[in-house]
Design a protein around this ligand. Structure first.
Ligand SMILES: [Zn+2]
Length: 317
């Protein structure tokens, strides 16, 4: 799933992250963590058995994965301004480019295929600026009911919701708090629910990530996974690459590619950014974990930007 969680010691910790001065622990279930991973966590993970790489407990857990994704982008809230329309166009182009880039040659090892499609971009106007878990499910189910997006009748269909700059999330179910005035713990998340027709609806949510959101989430820019020096677009594409990679490889969290210590593939490389060039466009993305590289380099190569050719699927035959 995707979100970062504020400490809740009643939950079994999937991962902990120190949050700077307060040392508040943040557990992450798959979102873009707001803070960089503590070094002590990495050292701990590096005690994994040799020969299986640094993140040995990151494994396939038998559940669905999204192969050759058909992504529907939903722009939720008020996207009517010219600048927002332009940003929506750019974010849509980014998804198309990402799905047709060598970044997918990383995800092929997780059974996600080597390409995908942005099937459609839709706009859903709303003045609700504070979304709960129920709100988010209702947005998707209502859009399915009204045929704005299709019923997810197969595991290729998935959704990503981009929120306008005024909209925050307090999702008690996934425990993602994003772009609220306080207590933020994530810059994006992915999760799922079962539609009324009984199908798995996998979705990701990316908020506006304006400066105020970063400042409210991170007390130290240098230790934050996103940075004030980045453009809004760069922040959003970085988070989108993280969440899409996790949603494709672990749509029914945590039954896909997941490790209790490693977390999901995006989390392992959280906060590490680079660029990819696709045609005329250069985009900021997050480096992505490659188990194939981790295993084949005995742990020396873990987070990469792309691969020249599709990496072979590591799913059981
Ligand atoms: Zn994540």
């Amino acid at each position: 799933m995707s979100k970062n969680i504020i400490e809740d010691k009643t939950q079994s910790p999937l991962k902990e992250q120190g949050a700077q001065k307060q040392e508040r622990k943040v557990m992450q279930i798959g979102g873009v963590a707001a803070q960089r991973r503590k070094r002590s966590v990495l050292q701990d993970l590096q005690t994994a058995a040799s020969g299986t790489g640094t993140f040995a407990d990151f494994i396939y857990n038998g559940g669905p994965v999204i192969n050759t994704p058909q992504v529907y982008a939903i722009f939720f809230g008020d996207w009517s301004s010219a600048s927002n329309q332009n940003r929506a166009t750019r974010l849509s182009q980014f998804i198309t480019d990402l799905l047709n880039s060598r970044y997918m040659n990383i995800l092929s090892q997780y059974g996600c295929g080597t390409t995908g499609t942005l099937a459609n971009s839709v706009f859903i106007a709303s003045s609700d600026h504070d979304l709960s878990a129920t709100d988010i499910k209702n947005i998707l189910q209502t859009a399915i009911n009204s045929n704005q997006i299709p019923e997810p009748t197969n595991h290729s269909i998935c959704y990503i919701i981009f929120l306008d700059d005024a909209t925050a999330v307090n999702d008690a179910e996934s425990r993602a708090i994003m772009c609220e005035p306080a207590s933020d713990n994530a810059f994006g998340f992915h999760y799922f629910f079962m539609t009324t027709a009984g199908n798995l609806c996998a979705y990701a949510v990316v908020p506006g990530l304006i400066d105020a959101c970063l400042k409210n989430t991170c007390s130290s820019d240098s230790r934050c996974s996103l940075h004030l020096a980045q453009t809004q677009e760069q922040r959003q594409t970085q988070v989108t690459s993280h969440e899409l990679a996790e949603m494709f490889s672990d749509p029914l969290f945590p039954t896909g590619w997941f490790g209790r210590r490693a977390d999901e593939n995006g989390d392992i490389c959280n906060g590490r950014s680079g660029t990819i060039t696709v045609g005329a466009n250069t985009w900021s993305v997050q480096l992505m974990y490659s188990k194939w590289h981790d295993m084949n380099t005995n742990g020396s190569s873990t987070c990469i930007l792309d691969n020249p050719t599709p990496l072979p699927s590591l799913l059981p035959a």
